[in-house]
Design a protein around this ligand. Sequence first.
Ligand SMILES: Cc1cc2nc3c(=O)[nH]c(=O)nc-3n(C[C@H](O)[C@H](O)[C@H](O)COP(=O)(O)OP(=O)(O)OC[C@H]3O[C@@H](n4cnc5c(N)ncnc54)[C@H](O)[C@@H]3O)c2cc1C
Length: 458
Amino acid sequence: MKINSEIYKKIETIVSSEFVSDADEDRFCYSYDAAGGKSLPDLVVRPATAEEISKIVMLANEYLIPVIPRGSGSGFVGGSTPVSGGIVLILTRMSKIIYVDEDNLTAEVEPGVITQKLQQEVEKSGLFYPPDPASLKFSTIGGNVAVNSGGPRAIKYGVTKDYILGLEAVLPTGETIHTGVKTVKGVVGYDLTRLLIGSEGTLAIITKILLKLLPKPKKVRTALAVFPEVDDAARAVTEIIRSKIIPATLEFMDCTAMQCVEDYLEVGLPKKAGAMLLIEVDGDDDVVDKEIKQIDLLCNKCNTVQILIAADDQEQRKLWTARRAISPALGRLKPTKINEDIVVPRTKVPSIIKRIRKIAEDLNLTIINFGHAGDGNIHVNIMTDKEDKDEYERAEKAVKEIFSAVLDLEGTISGEHGVGLTKSPYIRMEIEPVALRKMEEIKKIFDPNNIMNPGKIF
Ligand SMILES: Cc1cc2nc3c(=O)[nH]c(=O)nc-3n(C[C@H](O)[C@H](O)[C@H](O)COP(=O)(O)OP(=O)(O)OC[C@H]3O[C@@H](n4cnc5c(N)ncnc54)[C@H](O)[C@@H]3O)c2cc1C
């Protein structure tokens, strides 16, 4: 149903009028996320409390108005794009860190807290919140939980779901539920916390998050190693893991990504090399120093052509420059980027890279690969131009062929971005019919009127 003046007024009485807008400029600003597709909402609402959200959702459920929860809109799969119009519910006003509990190693936060702000806050107490999506300067914790975000540190520390003990969430009926426990252990009933993590705003609106924290590692050391071939870099990854070292990050760039960054920044990356690894270890001083020496030896054993080990923070930041420059470097190549985040078992990284290169060659496309070699999560960027119909069709064909190759290698089509809108046409390639039917039934139980973020995942 369209939002008429009567419904508008009712919403204004729930949140004050300055936090409700149907102005064209607001509707336009919240019509898209980092995936780029546009679709206008009818209304933009910025609630401040779970109670306000509950009242808005009850109204939306009564009048069958779609509700699209939104953090910072940095999602890469169109998850917060209002494809059926309705109310975009922006959660950034709910940005309190409620407490940090140093004795129980927990923190409770509202969903609009920016990921980096949380990390900085807990670090003041010598604590550590490991999940580190590259978007951490602007993504919200609520968005991270809703898509189960990962980042470079996933190889050692896991992803968002590994740090969530419990949630408060508002259901489409307006009821509020509390899931999980404040303790490390707790097995009473079904695990609704895990169900809501990664549900992409299709089941409920997350309004409070209870997080698990760790003590902050004492020291970090970083190395950058360049290899003649992808196979050599992959062998180095296997050797490092086999030697029982679990690096905090093990980032990977293939030759396409290295060339792209070198053309952009001229930082001295060899253009003819096959791949690069950025390796970071963390922990106690003596352990970290020993591990970085061992990594140096292992990379040399795997034919590294260059290895740089940072002596201090400044050198560390310099080594990260190339990896951090990929996004702007890509932006110069073509106007449209189809960004996939496939995962394969880490020993199969060379096989998937070879298959992607073959697909790029056969379809005459530029495809740039980089990502998290430690957990086999590769960001595959198909560079194209939406206006060039023929090339765009070839790019879409490439996506399907890449997904087939990934599944053939026992991987998954998304490691951290989620399904949202852009991957929903492919979900059937990975999820078997019975499992998918059960997921659709769960969605119906939570949201019988399909008001929560309709058009996403399924
Ligand atoms: C430059 C860049 C780098 C990135 N790097 C990474 C990376 O390394 N790892 C990674 O995992 N992702 C990465 N991303 C993707 C993105 O930042 C993450 O998916 C992030 O978690 C989204 O957070 P957000 O606050 O922007 O959420 P949004 O984009 O606003 O929303 C994402 C989804 O969550 C839902 N949602 C948001 N808040 C709530 C809530 N409170 N309750 C219920 N549902 C909610 C929305 O409806 C939507 O479906 C990157 C994005 C960019 C632009």
